[in-house]
Design a protein around this ligand. Structure first.
Ligand SMILES: Cc1cc2nc3c(=O)[nH]c(=O)nc-3n(C[C@H](O)[C@H](O)[C@H](O)COP(=O)(O)OP(=O)(O)OC[C@H]3O[C@@H](n4cnc5c(N)ncnc54)[C@H](O)[C@@H]3O)c2cc1C
Length: 458
């Protein structure tokens, strides 16, 4: 590291062995164990410029860390420079204009805590410790998406440091191609230092909570849910998980560890109308337990955190399943019966509503079809034997669903391949490649769901 870098960089520069280095290189997925040659913990956008220029001058591999949640672990690299944005934690809310500008190190819990005092929110992740950065750039699915669209549909502007170390303000007028690419194309085009979002009146109370069925009813409930979700009002977010029962206080303790189906409706609107909208779900089959209640939106946003702790080992693969065919339901049921770890699950969302009414070409996000977005997720504690059997379980069930798939969500990719990139971006890949050619022709930003420039990957 040269003296000029030390002299100009305002944040912390960490090398192997220095205090804080091991903590800073750690990401959410405990299976990722990489050692950058240098970690640049940026204190502002100027530091991001300095770090990008330094990496370019020294031909260093670069990774970009927001919340550190990407299951593939792209936030951290071996031997290169990790540009760590996690100290950038400012958010300004304009309640009159209903907008928020947030710097790239914020987590969704921090963002929501800033907007909710104004009774406002935008679509964000369903685990509160996910970063706003990666989630936004990949698309952004969440409880509010059927009513308010994906996170990218609410992105109004971004400040970006390009691969040349230039700063750009990007919105629909000033850099329309880059703005299009940022809304779904991930970290391929530059480092976003701040995001401006449209906000909506939400909460502070919403109607939400789990409904839990014994697994014998899973196939019938899923097939009824498919029909229910297709007609459900936009205000009703619907997520679903097939898994071993966690120790939820609403369940009798003899159910813990047994397979169950959990549906979580989240109604952001008039409470009485919400109760009416949720009622058909309560009467599907015979639930073991349900706790759909008025609760603060902030509580909903952290309700599932315990199911996704930092440091466990993870491997995920997803599909957009427009029809949730009976054959897919059979795979879900067989998958949970054969899962290799009690922490694994097949989980996701009913799509639809505003998120699926956006013109598929309006943003770079892949599939806009309705139906279900399902993620086959393996989670296991580090010492639980060879990882390969957990990964094989994911691949097997993901492969069996593949004939029914309309694409994969770029933010849930665990593996790197041209085939997966094609599945994530579909017909938008050619335009994304053109944006890459213009803004990052040398593939400087390549640790991501990579869109290689037409000159080729490196
Ligand atoms: C437990 C869990 C729950 C999740 N829930 C949801 C959910 O509800 N909805 C949903 O849509 N997705 C969800 N995801 C997926 C999530 O969107 C991705 O993992 C996303 O990458 C997380 O963003 P991050 O900033 O925390 O990740 P990081 O690992 O820090 O970043 C991932 C990649 O994004 C890029 N990146 C991040 N920030 C920037 C930036 N500022 N500028 C340029 N590039 C950047 C980089 O390429 C980086 O390698 C979830 C993931 C996990 C692990």
């Amino acid at each position: 590291m040269n003296d000029t870098l030390r002299a100009t960089f305002r944040g912390a520069l960490l090398r192997p062995g220095e205090e804080g280095y091991d903590q800073a290189r750690r990401v959410w997925n405990g299976a990722i164990d990489r050692r950058p040659a240098l970690i640049a913990r940026c204190a502002g956008a100027d530091d991001v410029v300095t770090a990008v220029r330094y990496a370019r001058e020294h031909d260093l591999l670069v990774s970009v860390r927001g919340g550190g949640h990407a299951v593939a672990g792209h936030a951290v690299c071996d031997d290169g420079l990790m540009i760590d944005l996690s100290l950038l934690k400012q958010v300004t809310v304009d309640p009159r204009a209903r907008t928020a500008t947030a710097t790239a190190g914020l987590l969704w819990s921090e963002f929501d805590k800033a907007t909710q005092p104004h009774g406002l929110a935008t679509t964000g992740g369903i685990i509160s410790h996910t970063g706003i950065g990666g989630l936004t750039l990949g698309g952004g699915l969440g409880h509010l998406m059927r009513k308010h669209g994906l996170t990218v549909d609410n992105l109004l502007a971004a400040d970006v440091v390009t691969a040349d170390g230039e700063r750009l303000h990007v919105d629909a007028e000033s850099e329309p191609d880059l703005f299009w690419g940022l809304r779904g194309g991930g970290g391929n085009f530059g480092v976003v230092t701040s995001f401006t979002y449209r906000l909506h009146p939400v909460g502070p109370m919403v109607l939400a909570g789990p409904i839990v069925w014994p697994f014998e009813q899973a196939a019938d409930v899923l097939s009824a849910l498919r029909d229910f979700a297709a007609e459900a009002p936009d205000e009703l977010g619907i997520s679903v998980a097939a898994r071993m029962a966690p120790p939820m206080p609403i369940l009798p303790s003899d159910q813990y560890g047994k397979p169950v189906l959990i549906v979580i409706p989240v109604w952001a609107g008039d409470m009485a109308a919400g109760q009416r909208a949720v009622e058909p779900l309560r009467t599907l089959g015979t639930p073991l337990a349900e706790a759909v209640r008025p609760m603060p939106y902030l509580a909903v946003q952290s309700m599932l955190d315990l199911g996704a702790p930092h440091g466990m080992h993870y491997y995920w693969k997803s599909h957009r399943l427009p029809k949730l065919a009976d054959a897919v339901i059979e795979v879900i049921v067989a998958g949970v019966a054969s899962q290799t770890s009690p922490f694994s699950q097949i989980a996701g969302w009913a799509m639809g509503g505003a998120a699926c009414r956006v013109d598929p070409d309006a943003t770079a996000v892949g599939a806009r079809e309705g139906g279900f977005e399902l993620n086959v997720t393996a989670s296991w504690p580090a010492p639980a034997g060879p990882a390969e059997r957990h990964r094989a379980w994911v691949r097997e069930h993901w492969e069996t669903m593949r004939p029914h798939s309309a694409g994969v969500y770029a933010n849930f990719l665990s593996d790197e391949s041209a085939e997966e990139t094609q599945a994530a971006y579909g017909t938008r890949l050619a335009r994304l490649t053109a944006v890459k050619d213009r803004y990052d022709p040398t593939n400087f930003f390549r640790l991501n769901a990579n869109i290689p420039p037409s000159g080729g990957a490196r």
